[in-house]
Ligand binder design. Structure first.
Ligand code: PEP
Ligand code: MN
Length: 338
């Protein structure tokens, strides 16, 4: 915490600030400056509430400097982390990883069909939701455990590892049992009880950014996972709510280099939910590679008009395969492999 004194503060004001810091059991370091005086606070084990100091007379502002994401941040780990999904496949480490598949598992035939198509198109990981967080309670909620069994069958046939979303402790236990990567969706980014449970598991977690979450809040959610012991965390930017209504969400590609500067964790981008429109997915996937993302997660459906969830943003398999070819070529310029 750095406490900035205002231009009119008195010696007594400064002494009171120092006394308050010491009374809390921390150290106060008075930093005199040409134009302003500040008091640095050290010895605090975690973040302090700036208001504790801002209410004191003569104080202009208290600025927290202790990061609340010690493990997700770069203070403790400078080098980038690479997250192993299965032996031989890491996110980070110079590889651009492509996850693809339907929004939801709708049937055995639909999932196996699309799994084969995304495998042929060059995907590294199969996605598919068995538990769907739907805005309307009347919308298709997912096939549950049966859906996870179908994904496991698709993995056995194609060899693609599987990522699937968990919504609560019950679905988390099931997703852990069948999937290779546990997805925590945007709506659950701040479901702290769920994060704590997922943090105790030994499978990687794909943590989507919340619909209205700042990068700082996103990293604090990652901290929940890391602080429970799960070091295999992959961040995923999936678009945020803004005033713009020309796309479903506003894909915040700024967040990729911002998160990468603050954190060592790999960052994926989801241009499907980020735009909500299939014709925007390829341009934003290419932009994701250019901005330095470690991969993308893309919704693919061969019969989007029949899709039970997110049909308008689903890419046809042929377009997906063409996109992967372009992403491979971009790797030659941008310096990643696929
Ligand atoms: C999904 O991946 O299907 C999904 C629901 O994503 P998000 O949590 O980003 O909305
Ligand atoms: Mn979806």
């Amino acid at each position: 915490m750095l406490i900035l004194m205002d231009g009119e503060h008195t010696k007594a004001n400064l002494a009171e600030v120092v006394a308050r810091v010491e009374q809390l059991g921390f150290k106060a370091h008075v930093i005199p400056g040409a134009n302003s005086t500040a008091v640095g606070v050290t010895g605090n084990p975690g973040p302090l509430d700036p208001r504790v100091f801002e209410v004191l007379p003569g104080v202009k502002q208290a600025i927290p400097v202790t990061k609340s994401y010690k493990l997700a941040g770069r203070d403790f780990q400078h080098g980038d982390s690479a997250v192993e999904i299965v032996p031989g496949l890491k996110v980070g480490a110079g590889r651009f990883v492509v996850m693809a598949g339907p929004c939801a598992v709708e049937s055995r035939e639909q999932t196996l069909r699309i799994a084969r198509q995304v495998k042929a198109g060059g995907a590294h990981v199969l996605r598919g939701g068995a538990f769907k967080p739907r805005t309307s309670p009347y919308a298709f909620q997912g096939m549950g455990e049966e859906g996870l069994k179908i994904l496991a069958e698709a993995r056995a046939e194609t060899g693609l590892p599987v990522v699937s979303e968990a919504l609560d402790p019950e679905s988390l236990a099931l997703v852990y049992k069948y999937a290779d990567v546990i997805q925590i969706g945007a709506r659950n980014m701040q479901n702290f009880a769920l994060l704590k449970e997922a943090g105790k598991l030994d499978k990687p977690v794909l943590l989507k950014r919340g619909l209205s979450a700042t990068v700082d809040e996103w990293l604090q959610s990652a901290e929940y996972l890391l602080s429970e012991g799960n070091k295999r965390v992959i961040l995923c930017e999936r678009g945020i709510r803004t005033f713009s209504s020309h796309t479903r969400n506003t894909l915040d590609l700024n967040a990729v280099p911002v998160a990468q500067k603050l954190s060592h964790l790999p960052v994926l981008v989801d241009p499907s939910h980020g735009t909500g429109l299939r014709d925007k997915v390829a341009p934003l996937a290419k932009a994701s590679a250019a901005v330095g993302a470690h991969g993308v997660i893309i919704e693919v459906h061969d019969r989007p008009a029949e899709a039970l969830c997110d049909g308008p943003q689903a890419m046809p398999p042929a377009e997906f395969a063409a996109l992967v070819e372009v992403l491979k070529k971009l790797g030659g310029v941008l310096g990643y492999t696929m």
